[in-house]
Design a protein around this ligand. Structure first.
Ligand code: XIL
Length: 328
């Protein structure tokens, strides 16, 4: 018999799903309501910024784990799994690295040092790592403008996986990107890259679909099929940064559509065997959507600015409970 689940966390645990949120240290630090709702509703966290290279290695050879440690302490106390994000990305690199213009060999040394120090430091406490983030362009080509590509061509990608695995053999290693939710050149390129890695024994265990998609992007079976294709390679599939901006000015009708679309995306993801769904934040008080969209979108998450659950929270909860009832 089912007790009534009244939180996303309880409903997700019943079906073995990790449901997560990005964790913002500034928000955690300034507002006590933040931690309470986060721990009540979610069983997984991703550092929104605090584990990116510019924070972990602000100067070459000087690592600073202090803020990330606060997140890990919180996650440990609340029994939440941590998705590590991210070891290698073209954004939020420390200045010394972005502007370094290092030779291929030196760049690979820096990469090895960063990946190994960070993975070894957090060993046993990080469930999965987004090892490489956004190495592909939208047209399916390599992101040639990335400093990493400019220094090493494509070599950095697989080396990062190999070194991460050496430093933390237990962590699940992910490639993470956006714009692959639907069939198309980028998803195809990712599929080919990961199949090639698997064929050659490069240690990759999963693929992350970021899922930053406004409400107007009504997803359907094509999304589930895309996710399944990667599951069929034997990879774990996570939704890693889901949010759903509403066009401004926001209407009640849009909030209702958001509720329906959130439930639909969760349903499709679960049907495709997704094992973790992480939202890019949980309260509209702290979301990157308004600033990233330059004010065009807002209210992308499940709780409003005062931490009150929105219609989207209710519809996701209902969906998870229905999935739980079916699995009994
Ligand atoms: C974003 C954060 O939300 C912002 O606070 C920061 O200023 C920039 O990065 N894809 C990713 C995330 O993989 O790391 C990004 O996070 C959003 C897009």
């Amino acid at each position: 018999m089912t007790a009534v689940a009244t939180t996303l966390r309880a409903a997700a645990e019943r079906i073995g799903l990790r449901i997560g949120s990005a964790f913002s240290f500034p928000a955690y630090n300034e507002d006590s309501r933040y931690a309470a709702v986060l721990a009540r509703e979610f069983n997984c966290v991703t550092a929104e910024n605090e584990m990116k290279p510019m924070f972990l290695q602000p100067e070459r050879g000087r690592f600073d784990f202090s803020t990330a440690e606060r997140l890990l302490d919180f996650a440990g106390e609340q029994d939440m799994a941590v998705r590590g994000h991210t070891l290698v990305w073209h954004n939020q690199m420390p200045l010394w690295l972005r502007q370094g213009g290092f030779s291929r060999l030196v760049a690979l040394e820096i990469l090895r040092d960063h990946v190994q120090q960070v993975c070894a430091h957090f060993r046993g406490r990080v469930w999965c790592w987004d090892v490489v983030n956004e190495a592909l362009n939208d047209d399916g080509g390599w992101r040639e403008k990335s400093p990493w590509f400019q220094m090493t061509q494509t070599e950095y990608i697989e080396r990062a996986f190999v070194w991460a695995h050496e430093a933390d053999p237990e962590a699940l290693l992910f490639y993470n990107d956006y714009g692959m939710e639907l069939a198309g050149a980028k998803g195809d390129a990712c599929y080919r890259m990961l199949r090639d890695f698997l064929d050659r024994g490069v240690p990759v265990h999963g693929v992350g679909f970021q899922g930053h998609l406004g409400v107007e992007n009504r997803l359907d079976d094509a999304f589930a099929n895309q996710l399944r294709r990667f599951r069929d390679l034997g990879l774990a599939v996570h939704i890693t940064e889901m949010d759903m901006g509403l066009p401004c000015p926001v209407t009640d009708e849009a909030r209702q559509q958001q509720a329906e679309e959130y439930a639909r995306r969760f349903r499709l993801a679960l049907a495709a065997g997704v094992s973790a769904i992480v939202l890019w934040g949980f309260t509209d008080r702290y979301s990157w959507v308004p600033s990233f969209s330059k004010g065009a979108y807002d209210e992308a998450l499940l709780f409003d600015r005062e931490y009150q659950p929105k219609p989207a929270w209710q519809s996701v909860l209902n969906l998870l409970k229905e999935a739980g009832a079916r699995s009994e």
